[in-house]
Design a protein around this ligand. Structure first.
Ligand code: SF4
Ligand code: SF4
Length: 246
């Protein structure tokens, strides 16, 4: 990551508050939300008399239990109903995806993610950005949170760390699923579940509770840890985890 300070440096990001990223969520057409964020958004919307369209994304059918569950949710209202007078009216409680923007949805800073999967920010030159981090049109690059260098933090501030936080969460659920598959506790298969909307789709942690893989208290503990951004920052900045050699 040395090349971020040489060659063509990425300019320090300064949001112009144009609001474009809150009006159009790009080709996917939804704002990705973790289950606790979806619950929070529903609560905030209900308090404000706003109607939200939040749907499960990435539905999985567990052949063993017969239950359906999802890893994430998507808010499909565009523009975002929390955008008021071009400002986020829930700024302190906005989702991790909102906080990670405009870096990307994940630290896989691929052209595809930046160009098609999410709304582009007019302030960020994604071509220059990809070049500076060593990625190209053909290849994406994964930047690990532990290898985050100060140049990125200086340029993107907390957006970069939120991006890494989001990525960490994105990796957690498949690894839990993998261990449950190995223990023969679940037999997952992808599902669109379009045929019968009356069948419930459980959130990931409610599914774990339903199949007895997690207690109700364990679910709350895990979620509280996952959503704690300060805890995440402490974890990646802990001396034993730091790796400044790259
Ligand atoms: S699109 Fe970029 S400049 Fe506009 S509000 Fe979003 S982050 Fe800020
Ligand atoms: S929650 Fe706030 S930051 Fe996120 S899309 Fe809506 S208005 Fe924008």
């Amino acid at each position: 990551m040395e090349n971020t300070d040489t060659g063509s440096p990425i300019k320090k990001f300064e949001c112009t508050c144009c609001g474009e990223c809150c009006k159009n969520f790009g080709i996917g057409g939804f704002l990705p939300l973790w289950e606790w964020e979806a619950e929070d958004y529903e609560k905030l919307a209900s308090e404000r008399g706003i109607s939200l369209r939040i749907e499960p994304e990435g539905i999985i059918h567990d052949r063993k239990s017969g239950l359906f569950f999802c890893l994430k949710y998507g808010m499909r209202n565009q523009p975002c109903p929390f955008l008021q007078e071009n400002k986020c009216s829930i700024y302190e409680r906005r989702s991790l995806a909102c906080r990670a923007f405009p870096v990307a949805m994940t630290p896989y800073f691929s052209r595809q993610v930046n160009k098609t999967n999410f709304m582009e920010c007019p302030v960020v030159d994604s071509e220059q950005f990809l070049h500076a981090i060593g990625a190209s049109k053909e290849f994406s690059i994964k930047i690990e949170a532990k290898k985050t260098d100060s140049a990125f933090r200086e340029r993107f501030g907390d957006s970069y760390d939120c991006c890494s936080h989001n990525e960490m969460l994105t990796n957690v659920m498949p690894s839990i699923l993998q261990s449950l598959i190995q223990a023969k506790k679940i037999e997952p298969e992808p599902s669109h579940r379009l045929h019968n909307k009356r069948i419930p789709v459980y959130s990931f942690y409610n599914f774990l509770v339903r199949i007895g893989a997690c207690s109700a208290e364990g679910k709350i503990d895990a979620i509280n840890k996952f959503k704690d951004h300060e805890l995440f920052l402490k974890m990646i900045n802990a001396p034993e985890n730091s790796d400044s050699s790259t």
